[in-house]
Ligand binder design. Structure first.
Ligand code: PRX
Length: 656
C-alpha cells in the first residue's frame, strides 16, 4: 500500500524467491526466448501489426498507429468484424465442431457449445436484434448472469455493429439506470433470474425497477434462466426464445472500421459518476488475442482454459469472451459461486473438465486458503499447467499457496496487471521465459512501455517507488470516456502531460527493475479486485434520509484486499444505533450492489476536514486500520479525530 503520509513510496519489502519456468514448460512454450522483448522494442509497430495480421481483415489497414496525444488510432482504414474473427473464422478453418464453451450452471446443469453452434446462435440473435430495430452504432445494454446467452448477446451486437454495454448482474437497478442513461441505450437484454449461492436473484424485477425510473428503454429481451414467472410489459418485453425462434442462422457480419466502437464498459473513478470506458474494434481484438495467446501460452488444440471471472467485468470481456474466442480456445464458463454447494466447487470443475489453465483473482485465492488445502487435495488437479491472477496485488503468501496447492508446485503463475482502461494485459511474466517472484507482476508485455515515475514525472531507478505510467500508445487502450472527452484528458493524461498515461496505481521497482504494484493512489478502493469509488458509496449513504454527511475509506482486509469502512454523521434529531448501521449498509447494497456494502459503519458528530473543507480520508484510513496518527493540528476540527479514534478502537475491541 502507498505510505499514508504522502506519495513517497518506500521500498520496504524484498523478495528473494524466484520461480523459473520448469524446463519442459519452457521447451514447449510458444515463447521460450526472451529475445521477443528486444524484437518488439526494435519495431513496436511491426510487432503489433504481426499480431493484427493473424486476424481476418476484410480490408487491410492504411496505417498501424496514429498518435495524436492523447488520442490514438490503430489500424486505421482497415475493416474487420469481431464476431467473424471469434467464430466464423474457426469454422472456415475446419474447427466448427470444437467446443467453445463447457458451460456449467450453479445448480449443476451443463451445456456444451461448439463453435458451429455458437455461430448459429449468434446469427439468430443478431437477426432478432435487427428485427427489433437495432442498427449499427446503437447502444444495447446487457444485464445478464453468467449464462451462454451473455457471450452470444455480445457477439450478436458485434456482428451487426451495435455497441454493447454490459452491466454486472450483481449491480443494483439504480446502477443499471445510470448506465442506461449515460449510454442512451434503448434496448435492454436481461434474464428472469440468476442463480447465486443456491438462491434465485430476481434479475427481471431489478430490470423492471430500472425501466420504471428511465424512459430510455423501449425494448427488453428476457432470457429464461430460472423459469420463474416474471412480469412482462406488453409491447416492450419479449422472451429471448420467442424473438430467436424461426430466425435464420445466417447473418452476414457487418464490416466494421478498426476504430468503430465495440463496447462501453463502466468503471469507477474518483468522482461520483461511473466512467464509460470506450473500446474499439481492431486494436482491442489484436491485443486481447495476442496477450491471451502468449501470456496463457494457449494451445487451442489441447488446452482447456478457465477464466473464473464474471463477464460483467473487463476480465470477462477480454479473457472469457474476446481473447479466448479469437484464439479458438476451449473454455470453461461457470455460472455461480465458488462455495456452492461445497467449498470445493472450483476443484470439482477443474477435475471434471481437466482444465489446463486457470485465471482467477487474489481475493478468491485468499478465500481458498482460508477454506483449507485439504479441499483442493481431494481432487485431481494435475491437468493444470498454468495459473494466472488479476485484479489486485497478490500477497506473496497467497501466490505461494496457489502455486503449491493448486499448481502442484510446478505450474507457472502469471500475475497480470491491467485495467478496464487498458483493455488487455500490460504487465506480466511470460510463462515460458520469466523467472517469477511471488507478488510481482514482473515486466511490461513486449511492446508496452511501463514506467514508474516520481512526483515530477521522472523515471525512478531500480529500488525506487512512485506512480505507474504508460508512455506509449497500445492497441487495446481506451479511446475516450463515453460522451466526456474532457474527463478522459483530465483523468488519464493531465498528471504528467498529454502523452503519458497515469494509471492511478502506486508501484515500485525492485533492485532488478521488476514491477511491484502497490494499490491505488487515488480515492478508489479495491474490493475483491473490483474498483469502487469512495464518492459513489458516500453518495449512496448521503442519499439515506437520516444521513447528513458520510466519508468512506478502504481499509486493509485479509480476505477482500480492502473492506469499506464508513464514517457517518446523522441529521440532527437522529440517533445512532446498530439497527440504523445495518440499514445503511443495506441501503448502499441496494443503491450500488452488494460489492459496495460497507463492512462497518461508525457514527460520528463530525468528519475530520482540512481548512478548505476537504474530508481527510487518509486520516480515516489510518483510524480504520488502527495506525498511530501524525500531526492533525492543521485540521479545521482536530478535536473530532480523537473522538473518532476512540470510538473506532472500542468498536474493534468489541468485534474481537
Ligand atoms: O489497482 C489496479 C488493480 O486493479 C485496477 C484495475 O481495476 P479494473 O479496471 O476493475 O480491472 C481489474 C481487472 C483488470 C488497477 O488499477 N489491479 C489489477 N490487476 C492487478 C492490480 N493490482 C496489482 N496487481 C495486479 N495484477
Amino acid at each position: 500500500m502507498p505510505s499514508s503520509s504522502g506519495p513517497a513510496i518506500e521500498n520496504l519489502y524484498s523478495e528473494q524467491r524466484t520461480f523459473p519456468p520448469p524446463a519442459d514448460f519452457a521447451e514447449r512454450a510458444t515463447i521460450g526466448d526472451p529475445a521477443v522483448y528486444d524484437e518488439a522494442e526494435q519495431d513496436v509497430e511491426a510487432w503489433w501489426a504481426s499480431h493484427a495480421g493473424a486476424l481476418r481483415w476484410t480490408k487491410p489497414w492504411d496505417t498501424i498507429c496514429q498518435w495524436d496525444p492523447p488520442f490514438a488510432r490503430w489500424f486505421d482504414g482497415g475493416q474487420l468484424n469481431v464476431s467473424d474473427n471469434c467464430v466464423d473464422r474457426h469454422i472456415d478453418d475446419g474447427h466448427g465442431s470444437q467446443v467453445a464453451y463447457y458451460w456449467e450452471g450453479e445448480p449443476g446443469d451443463t451445456r456444451e457449445i461448439t463453435y458451429h453452434q455458437l455461430r448459429d446462435e449468434v446469427c439468430r440473435f443478431a437477426n432478432a436484434l435487427k428485427d427489433l430495430g437495432v442498427a449499427k452504432g446503437d447502444r444495447v445494454n446487457i444485464y445478464l448472469p453468467m449464462i451462454p446467452e451473455l457471450p452470444v448477446a455480445m457477439l450478436a451486437c458485434a456482428r451487426i455493429g451495435a455497441i454493447h454495454s454490459v452491466v454486472f448482474a450483481g449491480f443494483s437497478s439504480q446502477s443499471l439506470v445510470d448506465r442506461i442513461e449515460d449510454a442512451d441505450a434503448h434496448v435492454l437484454i436481461t434474464a428472469d433470474g440468476a442463480y447465486r449461492k443456491g438462491n434465485v436473484v430476481p434479475l427481471k424485477e431489478s430490470a423492471d425497477r430500472a425501466m420504471s425510473s428511465t424512459d430510455k428503454v423501449t425494448t427488453c429481451v428476457v432470457v429464461r434462466r430460472t423459469g420463474d414467472d416474471v412480469e412482462m410489459t406488453e409491447g416492450r418485453d419479449h422472451f429471448y426464445d420467442d424473438v430467436v425462434d424461426g430466425q435464420s442462422a445466417e447473418c452476414p457480419p457487418e464490416p466494421m472500421d478498426a476504430e468503430d466502437v465495440l463496447y462501453i464498459l463502466y468503471t469507477s473513478g474518483t468522482t461520483g459518476k461511473p466512467k464509460g470506458i470506450v473500446h474499439t474494434t481492431g486494436g482491442y481484438l489484436t491485443q486481447v488475442a495476442a496477450t491471451h495467446r502468449l501470456v496463457f501460452d494457449l494451445k487451442p488444440d489441447t488446452d482447456v482454459y478457465w477464466c473464473a471471472a464474471d463477464i460483467g467485468w473487463v476480465t470477462g470481456h477480454s479473457y472469457i469472451v474476446y481473447g479466448p474466442l479469437a484464439n479458438r480456445a476451449t473454455s470453461i464458463m461457470y455460472e455461480g459461486a465458488p462455495d456452492h454447494p461445497g467449498k470445493d466447487r472450483f476443484w470439482e470443475i477443474v477435475d471434471r473438465y481437466k482444465a489446463t489453465i486457470l485465471y482467477t483473482a487474489p481475493t478468491a485465492i485468499r478465500a481458498f486458503m482460508k477454506w483449507g488445502a485439504e479441499l483442493p487435495a481431494k481432487h485431481d488437479l494435475s491437468s493444470l499447467r498454468l495459473l494466472g491472477t488479476v485484479g489486485e496485488p497478490i500477497n506473496p503468501e497467497a501466490w505461494m499457496w496457489y502455486h503449491e496447492h493448486i499448481g502442484g508446485g510446478t505450474a507457472p503463475v502469471v500475475d497480470t496487471w491491467w485495467q478496464t482502461e487498458t483493455g488487455a494485459i500490460m504487465i506480466t511474466p511470460l510463462p515460458g521465459v520469466t523467472a517469477s517472484k511471488p507478488g510481482s507482476a514482473m515486466t511490461a508485455f513486449p511492446g508496452i512501455r511501463a514506467v514508474v515515475v516520481d512526483e515530477q514525472g521522472e523515471a525512478v531507478a531500480p529500488g525506487g517507488g512512485g506512480y505507474l505510467t504508460l508512455q506509449r500508445p497500445w492497441p487495446a487502450m481506451l479511446r475516450t470516456i463515453w460522451g466526456d472527452e474532457e474527463r478522459y484528458r483530465d483523468t488519464y493524461w493531465s498528471r504528467f502531460g498529454p502523452d503519458i498515461y497515469f494509471a492511478g496505481d502506486g508501484a515500485k521497482l525492485d533492485d532488478d527493475g521488476h514491477v511491484w504494484l502497490l494499490g491505488r493512489v487515488d480515492d478508489v478502493m479495491n474490493i475483491s479486485g473490483h474498483r469502487i469509488s469512495t464518492t459513489e458509496v458516500e453518495s449512496a449513504l448521503v442519499d439515506h434520509p437520516k444521513v447528513a454527511e458520510a466519508a468512506v475509506t478502504g481499509r486493509a482486509d485479509e480476505m477482500t484486499g480492502q473492506a469499506i469502512a464508513a464514517f457517518v454523521t446523522l441529521r440532527s434529531g437522529e440517533d445512532p444505533s446498530d439497527e440504523l448501521a445495518a440499514q445503511l449498509r443495506e441501503h448502499v447494497a441496494e443503491r450500488i450492489g452488494k460489492i459496495a456494502r460497507p463492512a462497518n459503519v461508525l457514527f460520528t458528530e463530525d468528519l475530520p476536514k482540512t481548512r478548505s473543507g476537504k474530508i481527510m480520508r487518509r486520516l480515516l484510513k489510518d483510524i480504520a486500520e488502527g495506525r498511530e496518527l501524525g500531526d492533525v493540528t492543521t485540521l479545521a476540527n482536530a478535536d473530532i479525530v480523537d473522538e473518532i479514534k476512540t470510538r473506532s478502537d472500542s468498536a474493534k475491541a468489541e468485534e474481537q
